[in-house]
Design a protein around this ligand. Structure first.
Ligand SMILES: [Mg+2]
Length: 171
């Protein structure tokens, strides 16, 4: 079903996602993608801006878990300095990693937002798991090889939604 590819929200960057807005929506936890959502896919460590965003969430008692389809080393090197739990080899859009993260955060579905830059993994997986989904614009346009195929499919789905008037944002 195409509607599973439709995010609940769309923002330019993860930094637009702020604790007060999340709290108004009853969100107490975030499951976020890593590559091209928090940093460019080829950047190894969190930037100052990412560190500040994680600290802000912590100050407001909003739990954050990183789930990524990338390998353990990549995700661990990024997540450990932020002292944030992570799931690597997540196999998104399959549901297992989303359910495991929700359970570890001890939150209900309604209390979790999923953030990511890809419709075919982050948004589809989040929607199917019954979570609130927020699509962000990818940080860089270049991608790992496998993602390029997903991107061309994604473009067609976004164009379809745009034609149907389901989304209004411009790229
Ligand atoms: Mg990504």
């Amino acid at each position: 079903m195409l509607k599973n590819f439709l995010p609940n929200e769309h923002v330019k960057s993860v930094f637009e996602i702020q604790p007060d807005i999340l709290k108004e929506q009853g969100i107490k936890g975030i499951i976020t993608d890593l590559d091209n959502t928090l940093v460019a896919w080829d950047v190894k460590e969190a930037t100052q801006e990412v560190i500040q965003w994680f600290n802000l969430m912590k100050e407001h008692d909003i739990k954050v878990t990183i789930i990524s389809n990338n390998n353990e080393e990549r995700v661990k090197v990024f997540s450990d300095p932020l002292e944030t739990p992570f799931v690597s080899h997540a196999k998104k859009p399959l549901g297992h990693a989303f359910r495991a993260a929700a359970k570890a955060m001890d939150l209900n579905k309604e209390e979790i937002a999923v953030i990511g830059d890809q419709l075919l993994t982050d948004v589809l997986g989040g929607n199917r798991a019954g979570l609130h989904t927020i699509l962000v614009v990818p940080i860089v346009q270049s991608d790992a090889k496998i993602t390029r195929i997903n991107r061309s499919i994604e473009r067609r789905i976004l164009n379809y939604f745009r034609k149907k008037g389901k989304i209004s944002w411009e790229e």
